[in-house]
Design a protein around this ligand. Structure first.
Ligand code: F6R
Length: 611
């Protein structure tokens, strides 16, 4: 959701800005723009729609634009004002000397705008960001110092922001700052970078400095100065970035989503590595600091998450309750934060997030932290804002996920929950989970088998791609799998898909069934197999088009189901980690068959940094 790139050095800034924005495209956006300094004048170039539209504009003016060795760029996901050229970033002030790009939301922008208008500022857009450009310009007029102007401006701004600012009179300076929105500085040799996320930097440098809230950084080609909001100089903490550029290539796959689905066997191996070494050894989770005493005193666990991460959390609830006998509540973060929650120091609160930057989940964990709860974060980004709130951290190690639709990060979250549940059971002295550990170790081979036999899934995708609606049913531990299958399908194909517990079908949704409605039953062998079979019979009796996803080789299923996707046999308790793979592929092939923009579905963003 929105992306920022800034460069100051001796190269053609425009190339680095466009390259950086391209690598952030996956986050979801609807307009883009850059600001550069050409012959001592700040010039803005902006376009609505895809980044290619901006690239086309740049191409026409490349000789001029490429003179600049400084620049800031942005992709915008509209919040205040439609995705038009006027509302695209960068924004400028009356005199056109200041350019600003911004991620986040300025909550007091109406008050600021009124004040600035009274002082003669003329607004050209409907955005909250434009207030920052005018505010910084006003402060610069008073101080003639860009860092000081930005610092004073941030004292008046309320809300969340990552900001980059340039000024016409300073052709070798970028000032950047953040509050509740990520920003990272990349250090080069005679050049420096700033971006809202690592992919924009990684091909240029691995030396980086993460900005913390209210820190202000001033970049020139040869220097970096860091201060806090009170103008106190700060020590710089330089880190080495973990991401490899290869992670950003499609490696021959048509889409990142397909590549990421295929990475899942290795993701499972990675997550298990060093944590589950042998079935007769205890699980090692060094980052989790919950000892026997703390666990004994826990009265409940609350898990907060959104979207796909919420579905992983629902599986987590099932297995933690099953293995450890501790009561677990799972709630969408956006609901948790607006009610009175019963949370105290004896509650463990788990935040689950691929990006670690989801605004609702950050707010939820902060709220719980303020009540004294132990905060455990499960995230794919150990460098994220959420990770910094953690008392215990499980980094899920899925590698960077480019496709907006989460696949391998979901797998990594699931496996992390299995490890956590086994770990907690073992800390409590429960040691009967050897079979599950064995199954976890051989899970990657089973996923590989599913990936090697995709023909039935592709056939099914072709057959049902014309459907307007889709129902997924399951019971027990695979109910979240049904929800995740439906979410994947609607996200990337825009088919209206819903997941139900199979037992609920006859309490309402059955009214929807007729010969045009596909119903996919997740029919894994175990406690609820026969129950789902009867629910599937009920659906078939209403003429629904039946699809089975099963690990059973029962021939009788051929009569009931029009299509059958068979997967290797697996214990019911671990089956969500295998059953989700064909559903990801089904969604992928349907969307691909319909010609949809698989990796960047409309209206969606990779990390949702606004509430
Ligand atoms: C779905 C998807 C979203 C995210 C949700 C939470 O494919 O990616 O539903 O799961 O926006 O994001 P994170 O996990 O980054 O907190």
């Amino acid at each position: 959701m929105c992306g920022i790139v800034g460069y100051v050095g001796n190269k053609k800034a425009v190339d680095i800005l466009l390259e950086g924005l391209t690598s952030l495209e996956y986050r979801g956006y609807d307009s883009s723009g850059i600001a550069v300094n050409i012959d001592g004048k700040v010039e803005l170039f902006k376009a609505a729609g895809k980044l290619q539209n901006l690239k086309n504009i740049v191409e026409k003016n490349y000789t001029e634009i490429s003179k600049s060795t400084i620049g800031i760029g942005h992709i915008r996901w509209a919040t205040h004002g439609a995705p038009t050229i006027e509302n695209a970033h960068p924004h400028s002030c009356n005199c056109g000397k200041v350019a600003v790009v911004h991620n986040g939301i300025i909550e007091n922008f109406k008050e600021l705008k009124e004040k600035l208008e009274k002082r003669g500022c003329t607004f050209r857009s409907q955005t909250d960001t434009e207030t920052i450009a005018h505010l910084v310009a006003t402060k610069f007029g008073e101080t003639h110092d860009l860092t000081e102007a930005v610092r004073l401006a941030t004292r008046e701004i309320e809300g969340a922001y990552a900001l980059c600012v340039i000024h016409q009179d300073l052709p070798h300076t970028i000032v950047a700052t953040r509050r509740n929105a990520p920003l990272v500085v990349g250090l080069g040799d005679g050049e420096n970078y700033v971006a809202s996320d690592v992919p924009a930097l990684i091909q240029y440098t691995k030396k980086a400095m993460y900005l913390e809230d209210n820190q202000i950084v001033t970049l020139t080609p040869d220097s970096i100065q860091l201060i806090d909001i009170d103008n106190k100089p700060l020590e710089q903490k330089i880190e080495t970035l973990p991401w490899e550029p290869v992670a950003l290539s499609k490696m021959g796959y048509k889409h990142f989503m397909l590549k990421e689905i295929h990475e899942q066997p290795d993701v499972v191996r990675n997550v298990l590595s060093g944590k589950l070494r042998a079935i007769d050894e205890n699980v090692i989770l060094k980052e989790v600091t919950l000892d026997r005493e703390t666990l004994k005193n826990l009265n409940r666990i609350q898990i907060v998450a959104c979207g796909t991460s919420l579905h992983a959390a629902m599986v987590g609830k099932y297995i933690i309750e099953d293995f450890c006998g501790i009561s677990v509540d799972v709630e969408p973060s956006s609901e948790y934060i607006y009610r009175k929650t019963i949370t105290d120091k004896n509650t463990l609160v788990i935040g689950v997030s691929q990006s670690g930057e989801t605004a609702d989940t950050i707010t939820a964990v902060r709220q719980a932290k303020s009540k004294g709860s132990h905060i455990l974060i499960v995230t794919n980004r150990p460098d994220s804002t959420m990770a910094r709130e953690a008392d215990s951290l499980i980094p899920v190690n899925a590698g960077i996920e480019v496709s907006v639709a989460a696949t391998k990060s979901y797998m990594a979250q699931l496996i992390s929950f299995y490890l956590l549940a086994i770990y907690m059971a073992e800390v409590k002295g429960i040691n009967n989970l050897k079979d599950l550990k064995h199954e976890l170790i051989i899970l990657p081979q089973k996923i590989e088998k599913v990936l090697a036999h995709k023909e039935e899934i592709q056939k099914c995708a072709r057959k049902f791609s014309g459907s307007k609606d889709f129902i997924f049913i399951a019971r027990g531990i695979n109910f979240p799998t049904a929800l995740e299958g439906a979410l994947k399908l609607k996200e990337i194909s825009y088919i209206n898909a819903t997941g139900y517990t199979a037992g609920e079908l006859k309490h309402g949704p059955i009214a929807m069934l007729d010969e045009s409605m596909p119903v996919l039953s997740i029919l894994m062998k175990g406690k609820v197999y026969d129950k789902i079979l009867s629910n599937s019979e009920e659906a078939k009796a209403r003429n629904a088009r039946m699809i089975a996803l099963t690990d059973s080789d029962d021939e009788k299923l051929n009569e009931l189901f029009e299509s059958i996707i068979r997967i290797p046999e697996i214990s019911e308790i671990l089956s969500p980690a295998l059953a989700v793979v064909p559903l990801q592929l089904l969604a992928y092939y349907i969307a691909e068959f319909l010609g949809k923009d698989v990796d960047q579905p409309r209206n969606l963003a990779k990390s949702v940094t606004v509430e």
